[in-house]
Write a new protein. Structure first.
Length: 135
């Protein structure tokens, strides 16, 4: 009988992905993303590694005037794990400066991971959105 994916393994995977993504080289994270992954961002839906690579590279090219950008996760909650999948929610944080003014953007995210036949975890789904505006 297979055991559920340990929560610590899920959290380590999420942090490893963010660490590698900060190097802005898609080749480093390519195998961590399922070939048929579905990423949903404010800018739209991106299906498959090719589309996801294009949106990551567009983001990394950045906006003129943005300096020292840093992206990281906090408040990670692993919602479920079984032998072949895991789900987690988190807060994403993007910090830097633009035209000499500091900024910090936070939002919410969720990821679904699959454990493939080769034993590797891969992201099959990610959804990022801004926090709702206070009413």
């Amino acid at each position: 009988m297979q055991h559920p994916i340990p929560v610590d393994t899920v959290v380590e995977f999420l942090h490893r992905f963010e660490e590698l993504a900060m190097k802005e080289d898609f080749g480093l994270i390519r195998e961590m993303i399922h070939e048929r992954a579905f990423f949903r961002f404010n800018e739209g839906d991106f299906i498959g590694r090719t589309a996801i690579q294009a949106v990551f590279e567009k983001t990394w090219r950045g906006t003129p005037g943005v300096k020292k950008a840093r992206f990281y996760l906090s408040d990670i909650v692993v919602l479920s794990t079984d032998q072949s999948s895991a789900t987690a929610t988190y807060t994403y944080n993007w910090e830097g400066s633009q035209d000499g003014r500091d900024f910090r953007i936070q939002g919410r995210g969720s990821r679904v991971l699959l454990k493939e036949g080769d034993g590797q975890l891969r992201i099959i789904h990610e959804h990022l959105s801004r926090f709702p505006k206070p009413q």
